[in-house]
Design a protein around this ligand. Structure first.
Ligand code: URA
Length: 312
């Protein structure tokens, strides 16, 4: 149990560091836990009123590590899987989206305008930042779906333009395609606020539920042959499956969303921050399955050279 806690803590610290957070403060309770000899049974950790307050106070989220309630109940969810519980009245009613008649381009432009002028979305933006709508080929066979914009994306107003985007571009190139051949979208249209320019957090269920109709409408416009769900948030949004550290089991498999086959694979950020040669190889295998599904020719070099194909 203690080893599990330390492993999860280590994972979270690596993730925070990779997101640019260099200083954190630990509560006395966590310090006492870390100080315990390995043989001592792990105490049951009840969230304090302080830690609850921190979890609900966006400004402080990145400066304090809070052991999630789920750990005290013996669940194996990673700290990242724990969501900040915001009860935001503006998110109670997700939008109803009925696409107008017209060409794909007309529908896409209508939808983009609808999202970029969505008052609730605009309300959740970080100051001076942009909403992010999907980009790419409207006739794409492959629709890559990520989680949410990060710092680079909300600055530019385009999905996957930071480090994870570079890796995604490399993966697309390894498939013999370019970014302009595929469509790239996210579950979220805004970067979930943390009150800190550096940290990212996964979206809450409410935030996801609000943005999902916009994503589904993009799928309806593009009508891709395949969707690639990049990481746990995309899996949860598209398939309603709570991954809870089960990505290793779920990836590499075909699922269905909106009558479209969905391949589940790891998120490029995971590969950047925690990726092993093995996980990169698995992602490449998943992409080969996608290529097969959309009848893309696969060369022997592509079958064999996953390591040189995916840089990271
Ligand atoms: N990660 C995502 O999931 N989406 C982006 O657009 C960028 C990083």
């Amino acid at each position: 149990m203690r080893d599990d806690l330390l492993r999860l803590l280590g994972e979270e610290l690596r993730l925070l560091r990779s997101e640019g957070i260099e200083k954190i403060s630990l509560s006395d309770k966590v310090m006492r836990l870390l100080d315990r000899p390995a043989s001592a049974p792990a105490p049951s950790i009840q969230p304090t009123s302080e830690s609850k307050a921190v979890a609900n106070t966006a400004e402080r989220v990145p400066t304090k590590i809070i052991l999630p309630d789920s750990l005290s109940k013996g669940a194996s969810a990673s700290p990242r899987a724990k969501q900040t519980k915001l009860h935001d009245p503006t998110l109670i009613t997700p939008p109803t989206v009925s696409l107008p008649d017209g060409s794909k381009l007309e529908q896409w432009e209508w939808l983009k305008n609808r999202v970029l002028t969505c008052e609730v979305c605009l309300q959740h933006l970080n100051p001076d930042k942009k909403l992010v709508f999907g980009v790419g080929n409207l006739d794409a066979d492959i629709f890559f779906c990520g989680e949410a914009p990060g710092a680079d994306e909300e600055m530019k107003g385009e999905p996957f333009v930071g480090k994870a985007g570079e890796l995604l571009n490399g993966m697309i190139k390894a498939m013999g395609l370019s970014r302009g051949d595929v469509y790239i979208g996210n579950i979220m249209n805004w970067r979930p606020q943390t009150g800190n320019p550096f940290g990212n957090r996964p979206p809450t269920d409410e935030e996801m539920a609000f943005c999902l109709p916009y994503l589904k409408a993009q799928i309806e416009v593009i009508r891709p042959k395949v969707i690639v769900a990049l990481g746990g948030t995309a899996v949860k949004g598209l398939l309603g499956i709570e991954t809870k550290g089960q990505m290793g089991r779920l990836r590499g498999q075909w699922h269905t969303c909106e009558n479209t086959p969905v391949m589940v694979t790891y998120h490029p950020s995971f590969l950047l921050h925690q990726g092993t040669v093995e996980s990169k190889r698995k992602v490449w295998e998943d992409l080969l399955s996608v290529m097969e599904k959309v009848d893309l020719e696969i060369s022997q070099k592509q079958r064999n050279f996953f390591l040189s194909a995916i840089k990271g």
